[in-house]
Design a protein around this ligand. Sequence first.
Ligand code: UFG
Length: 319
Amino acid sequence: MNILVTGGAGYIGSIVIEELIRQGDAVIVFDNLYYGHRAAVHPEAVFVEGDLADQAAVKSTFGTHDVEAVMHFASYTLVGESMEQPFKYIGDNVTNGLNLLQEAVAHGVRRFILSSSANLFFDPERMPIDEDERIVPGSPYGESKNILERMLHWLDRIYGFRYAALRYFNAAGASPSGERGEDHDPETHLIPRVLQVALGQRERITIFGGDYPTRDGTCVRDYIHVIDLAQAHILALQALDESSRTYNLGNGRGFTNKEVVETCRRVTGHPIPAEVGPHRPGDPAVLVASSEKIRRELGWEPQYPDLRTIVEHAWEWHR
Ligand code: UFG
């Protein structure tokens, strides 16, 4: 299949592309390289440097390439930043996504995968969080994903546009080939920041908050290996011929921030000095996914559910 991948020079997009190309798909990457890296673009993919805000460029990409499906990774993704710059998120994230959807619809494309987020669940009533949980976006970032999910719902109703909304919990790890991994600037995520301490690039890790109502007072998150995310994309794309679908993606197991730091110490052999600091605004105490639905419906089975393996792959990449 010919697949247009926005954000294909970024962390998750570039690794999903490795898997797509391995299984014989043809990939067109559309990326503005603001955050992505030219070197992360797979050599067998066609690369279009462009911005989703530039609708003419999006149109011409659909016009030039025979696109059969779209995977939309390109997005501003920082929860904290979105609380300071809501227009960048509820503005640009949404309008860029709508530009892409408009051209996809106009060019007869009917298969679409959206990178959505656990940030839809700021105040969950049940844990682990399944797809029936009420939506309470935690930030303008989460709201931007919610708006795009709602648009997809209507495009399905009106045009028979088939979509999968995949709500990632905490993506982590790197491709086992060691070729691609997380490389953000600035880096905000816990595991890469902790590994920066082990590499001597950071003196210590500050854990944001030590008095949450959890087993050791630090926040709990559900880490999912980026390769398992990639498999979910591949399965979801195959299933779109039947119907649209929405899935929460995690391992169903939460680790506290202190447990993550301890796992990184074991993997790296570095003492990794840590201190507890104030809360980071907008952080929910616990986020754990139920991924029973995608297991049941698509037979998705994580290959690397173990946090230690996730950290080992991340460590190999960062080293
Ligand atoms: N944390 C620290 N110290 C740090 C960095 C992070 O203690 O230096 C903590 C955070 O406070 C949080 C946990 O580590 O408790 C995980 O934080 P990350 O920034 O790694 O990930 P988030 O859970 O905040 O964010 C992820 C995705 C977002 C997505 C969000 C959904 O990166 O895109 O999950 O909640 F929106």
